[in-house]
Design a protein around this ligand. Structure first.
Ligand code: ZN
Length: 277
């Protein structure tokens, strides 16, 4: 509890409802009260409004689940977590994982800079070893879900599930997620990116349709290895992921990839869960 309090309110406990710092500690452990938003006194626990609210599982079990989600490169199934923590039912482990994933929804991340790669694969379903965007389209995309991703070679990746990867969608995604100051925006030769230069981006393409994959620093290989990790996870660990839950798994993979070399990954994930930092 002390750890949660520290992460949530690094400057000292504030009201969980109105944010006021004028709170008083109650005799009951881990309870505070605020008279700013309620003259009778609004009583709250540090867990209110966090992913840990209203569960019968102790925080230490939650921390274990968060640790396991942080550590598993290709994801870990709820069944596996259920076995490792001995939760009452598989369903419990499943909903704990989903609560944590939902808390990792990327907040307002600053637009990506540096050398950036953007790509638009289809995920979910059973995709073979096809790489070329063209071939993917020609073979049909039944049952697969279009996703957009942008990766800065400095480390961060952002993703989004979309309805159709058309020009408007691609253009909108790049302008929202990538800074025009980025040194380079590398994509394949999907025609949806054709207006990026006009929008002020240093856009270069590799012509996947002609078998060109690398031209100096122009390539999309870093983001493709991210997709490979995601696809292996979706197929091998989670089997079938529907459109409804895909954003949650994307958050998980995006988070883990972005912070893969960060020694404070666990704390960051936990902070996401308490809405802090
Ligand atoms: Zn208050």
């Amino acid at each position: 509890m002390a750890y949660v309090v520290r992460l949530r309110w690094p400057q000292g406990v504030c009201c969980a409802r109105c944010g006021s710092a004028q709170v008083s500690k109650l005799a009951r452990p881990w309870r505070w009260q605020c008279k700013q938003c309620n003259p009778q006194g609004y009583r709250f626990s540090p867990l209110v409004g966090t992913v840990f609210e209203n569960t019968k599982y102790p925080l230490t079990i939650w921390f274990k689940v968060i640790y396991l989600l942080c550590q598993s490169k290709k994801g870990i199934s709820a069944l596996q977590i259920h076995r490792m923590i001995g939760s009452g039912s598989y369903r419990t482990a499943w909903s704990m994982c989903h609560r944590i994933r939902a808390a990792l929804q990327p907040a307002a991340r600053p637009p990506l800079r540096g050398l950036v790669e953007v790509d638009e694969p289809y995920v979910g379903g059973k995709e073979g070893k096809k790489r070329k965007a063209k071939r993917r389209r020609r073979n049909g995309t039944a049952g697969k879900i279009p996703v957009l991703g942008a990766l800065s070679r400095r480390g961060a990746v952002v993703t989004q599930v979309v309805d159709t990867p058309d020009t408007r969608t691609l253009q909108g995604f790049v302008t929202a997620r990538v800074s025009p100051q980025a040194e380079l925006v590398a994509t394949d030769d999907h025609s949806g990116y054709r207006y990026l230069r006009a929008a002020g981006y240093r856009h270069e393409t590799v012509r996947h349709s002609r078998g060109e994959y690398v031209r100096g620093r122009v390539h999309t290989q870093s983001i493709e290895s991210f997709w490979a990790l995601l696809k292996r996870g979706l197929l091998g660990t989670f089997h079938h992921v529907s459109r409804r839950y895909l954003p949650l798994y994307l958050s998980e993979f995006t988070f883990r990839y972005t912070y893969r070399t960060d020694p404070h990954r666990f704390e960051r994930m936990l902070a996401g869960g308490v809405g802090g930092v």
